[in-house]
Design a protein around this ligand. Sequence first.
Ligand SMILES: [Zn+2]
Length: 107
Amino acid sequence: MEKLEIHHKYSNGQFKAGDHSECRKEFYMSNYKVCPKCKSQDFTEEHYVANCRWNGDGFGTDVFKCNNCNWYTSFEYDEGGDSEYYYEARWNGWENERDAKEKEKKD
Ligand SMILES: [Zn+2]
């Protein structure tokens, strides 16, 4: 069963939480939906707003927690700029990989 609760919180700056090993990439490739440990799609998302810029763009950290096995990880986001919302995915080259895979499926 798919269920997503989103909690809004405030944090003092951006941060990293939980598992930051290779399996985060698998999680990213599943569009933040499938737990890399137990394959559950039962997640809670915590949305931490670190701050807002003068133009209204916020930035902060989203924490994704698997409700089945308690695996969790975090992604830092930025509403400003022209890069992906979770900019780290672009830095790592994951975004290009994912797009290439999706293109493959369509062809
Ligand atoms: Zn899990």
